[in-house]
Design a protein around this ligand. Structure first.
Ligand SMILES: [Zn+2]
Length: 271
C-alpha cells in the first residue's frame, strides 16, 4: 500500500475548493472515543468533530492555540522520523523559520540524535505522548505514566524541558488533563491543519485545506512522519510549507513556534 502524495508546491493557499470531510481513520477514532471524555475535552470527539472543531477557537481559545494576531504558530507532530524530519529541518532553515515539534517519546528514543538536532536547530519541543495510542483507551495511571515517560525521554534527548502537550488525534481525556497538570504541561490543539494524512492528499489539497483555516493568531498543524498516515503523506505537508509562509508574509503575519505566539505561550515556558 503506497499512496505517496505529491510534494510539488503547485497550489496556493487561496482560491482552491474546500476538501471533503474527515478521513475514515480519524472518524473511527472519534467514534471509538465517544463517551470516554468529559467537559471541554468532549468537544474533540464524536460525529460532530469537524463542526465542533470549527467552534473550538471561540469556545476555548487557549486550548485551540490562539495567540497574537500578527503571528501564526507552526506546529509539526509525530516525529522525529528519519525520513521526514531532516527535510522539514532543511526547509525551515532555508526559510529562517522556527516551529514547535510535538514529538513522540518512543520516536525520540528511537532517533535520539535526530531529536537533539531538532532542538539544536532552535525549534521548540513539545510532547505528543509516548506512542500515539488514543488516550481514551488508557486509564488514569497508564495515562500519567506514559505522558511522564514521554516528557522525560524527550527532555533527555533534546536537552529542552517541554512545557506543551498535544494529545494524539487531538483527543483529550480528563485523565490526560490531570496528568498534564501534574507534569506542568500546557495542552494545546490547533486552529488549522493540512489534513495531509488523508489518502490521496497532495500539496494542493493541503493548501486548500489550510486556506480555510489559517488566520492571524492561529496555530497550524502539519506532520513530519507517516507512521500514522498513508506512506509518504508528510511530503504533501512539506510541499505546502513555503506556500504557507508566503501567504502569511503577504498578510503581514509572522510564522514561528508557540513560544513566540504571545504572553500566554511565553508563560507556558517560564511558569
Ligand atoms: Zn499525531
Amino acid at each position: 500500500m503506497t499512496t505517496t502524495s505529491a510534494a510539488t508546491p503547485s497550489g496556493t493557499l487561496s482560491g482552491s475548493p474546500p476538501l471533503a470531510d474527515l478521513g475514515t481513520c480519524r472518524q473511527r477514532l472519534a467514534w471509538l472515543a465517544g463517551g470516554a471524555l468529559a467537559g471541554m475535552a468532549a468537544a474533540q470527539i464524536g460525529p460532530g468533530f469537524a463542526v465542533l472543531a470549527t467552534f473550538r477557537p471561540r469556545l476555548w481559545p487557549a486550548l485551540a492555540g490562539l495567540g497574537v494576531l500578527d503571528h501564526v504558530a507552526l506546529t509539526i507532530d509525530d516525529g522525529p522520523d528519519p525520513a521526514a524530519t531532516p527535510q522539514f529541518l532543511e526547509m525551515l532553515a532555508a526559510r529562517g523559520v522556527h516551529a514547535t515539534f510535538f514529538m513522540l517519546g518512543a520516536a525520540a528514543a528511537k532517533s535520539p540524535e535526530l531529536a537533539a538536532a531538532v532542538a539544536a536547530a532552535g525549534h521548540e519541543i513539545g510532547v505528543h505522548g509516548w506512542n500515539h495510542r488514543p488516550l481514551p483507551r488508557l486509564g488514569p495511571l497508564a495515562t500519567y505514566d506514559l505522558l511522564a515517560r514521554a516528557r522525560d525521554r524527550i527532555a533527555a534527548t533534546t536537552g529542552q524541558a517541554p512545557r506543551l502537550f498535544r494529545p494524539s488525534y487531538g483527543v483529550l481525556t480528563g485523565s490526560a488533563l490531570a496528568a498534564a497538570r501534574r507534569l506542568e504541561l500546557t495542552p494545546v490543539l490547533w486552529t488549522a491543519w493540512g489534513r495531509e494524512w488523508r489518502r490521496g492528499a497532495t500539496t494542493s489539497s493541503v493548501c486548500a485545506t489550510l486556506a480555510r483555516g489559517v488566520v492571524g493568531g492561529g496555530t497550524v498543524l502539519l506532520h513530519d512522519s507517516d507512521r500514522y498516515a498513508p506512506e509518504g503523506s508528510w511530503r504533501a505537508g512539506l510541499g505546502a510549507v513555503p506556500l504557507l509562509l508566503d501567504e502569511c508574509a503577504s498578510k503581514g503575519w509572522r510564522v514561528g513556534p508557540l513560544r513566540e505566539h504571545g504572553t500566554r505561550w511565553n508563560r507556558a515556558h517560564t511558569a
